[in-house]
Design a binder for this molecule. Structure first.
Ligand code: ATP
Ligand code: MG
Length: 421
């Protein structure tokens, strides 16, 4: 029988990597609270309709990438491909409109998209998502960009580029749609098949095509900004001014339309120069029509999501610090027989005193245990052989300096605490 492997596109985050994730979460959590965002735990699956209506029927995510299944009662459910729709659903369902506005919320967890797996692109991947729901103020858009940049700055990331656009609203979008279709019509046959299919339904997405020949053809296509209505145009001006005010360096990219349908006005991405093809570390923007599209009252919102795998990849590539790798502090080395019991007792005494400690469970030789101690990253080896037990002492070896010292067994934890802290 062949052994079972994990499905394509998913990864095990093993201990050598998971501690780095912890660091990213710790830094992010602190930044979130510094900016007044509070955490929400959201469900991993939702009614399929939430995404088909909230993300948009004509998006790649809904058309091709969702993990949709029927539960035992025949309901159509979907593993969440993103978090904004769930967050807005939760906001509406829990009447957060009655609280101070905007509700500033964040959430983290695995997302699921049926994509072509490659470096930085997986079928299960983690996002950390921030949403400010209930305000139209363009300064909330600015705060959203600033929060993402502040997180990346605290993580030590460099070589990032902020790309900003305004995708308009239902007033200006038809104007742009028409201008774009007029421009594309004579070139239709030269577009890729996917883009040809997008022409009637969602031509905006053609600007987003990664195919080089489509990109070349759309180089001079009318951008969204040229068609903005007065309100969107004013909003965009304030956002740009705000970004300049906070000293964010950004580039305006008229082609940035983002994959999801519900975006209005501001759209932005943060790109890493060190990620190759999967270069977006964060994507966000305003979604003033999302709440209505899922059956709620008109509720403006703005937010962003950042991909944890891509953050960690970029940090590794750039040699950023993840703080200190978590190691145990003391490795206990013991012999067989009665001294082993004493060693186990010492082990638990240390742990109860808040010292992290471990012991060998494979019956290895003294020499092999020393080797294991060295490999464990512990600061001290604590040796408890028959001689030590007989004399009521333990031998502590500082594994960094090689220095060895006898300590009275009764004073072991106090001694270690002063030496370790
Ligand atoms: P891309 O253009 O790379 O497909 P996207 O526009 O689909 O990204 P969003 O939906 O905005 O991405 O998600 C926000 C962030 O989540 C991205 O910037 C990226 O860091 C991360 N992300 C998206 N899809 C994946 C994936 N399949 N695997 C790993 N990370 C992902
Ligand atoms: Mg995508």
């Amino acid at each position: 029988m062949s052994s079972i492997k994990a499905p394509r596109g998913v990864r095990d985050i093993l201990p050598d990597e998971s501690w780095k994730w912890e660091y990213v979460f710790a830094v992010t959590r602190k930044a979130a609270s510094d900016f007044g965002y509070r955490e929400v735990h959201l469900p991993v699956f939702e009614h399929t309709e939430l995404f088909s209506r909230g993300v948009g029927e004509t998006t790649d995510v809904v058309e091709k990438e969702m993990y949709t299944f029927e539960d035992r009662a025949g309901r159509s459910l979907t593993l969440r491909p993103e978090l904004s729709a769930s967050m807005v659903r939760s906001y509406l369902e829990n009447r957060m409109d009655r609280q101070h506005q905007p509700a500033k919320l964040w959430s983290a967890g695995p997302m699921f998209r049926y994509e072509r797996p490659q470096k930085g692109r997986y079928r299960q991947f983690w996002q950390i998502d921030f949403e400010a729901i209930g305000s139209q103020d363009p300064f909330v858009d600015v705060e959203s960009v600033e929060l993402s940049l502040e997180i990346f700055k605290r993580l030590g990331l460099s070589n990032l580029e902020v790309v900003v656009n305004s995708v308009g609203c239902p007033v200006c979008r038809p104007v742009h749609k028409k201008a774009l279709q007029d421009f594309l019509r004579p070139r239709l046959n030269d577009l890729c098949e996917t883009c040809q299919a997008r022409f009637d339904r969602n031509p905006l997405r053609i600007l987003d095509c990664k195919n080089p020949s489509c990109r070349a053809l759309t180089d001079d296509a009318p951008g969204t900004i040229s068609c903005l209505c007065e309100e969107c145009s004013e909003h965009f001006e304030v956002v740009k001014k705000g970004l300049e005010m906070i000293g964010a360096s950004f580039r305006i990219d008229n082609r940035l339309v983002r994959g999801l349908d519900y975006y209005t006005k501001t759209a932005y991405e943060v790109l890493s120069g060190d990620l190759g093809a999967q270069n977006a570390v964060c994507g966000g923007g305003r979604y003033d029509n999302l709440a209505e599209s899922i059956g709620g009252p008109h509720t403006p919102g703005v937010g962003f999501a950042t991909g944890v795998e891509r953050i960690v990849l970029t940090m590794e590539q750039q040699g950023c610090s993840f703080g200190e790798a978590p190691n145990i502090e003391v490795f206990v080395i013991s012999a067989d027989g009665p001294s082993r019991e004493e060693a186990v007792r010492a082990l638990y005494d240390m742990r109860r005193a808040g010292i992290s400690a471990d012991i060998d469970y494979t019956g290895r030789s003294f020499k092999a245990q020393f080797k294991a101690a060295g490999g464990s990253g512990a600061v001290f080896a604590c040796i408890l052989g028959p001689e030590e037990v007989a004399s009521g002492q333990v031998t502590l070896k500082d594994l960094r300096t090689g220095e060895q010292k006898s300590v009275r067994r009764a004073e072991l934890t106090d001694f270690l605490k002063t030496r370790l802290r």
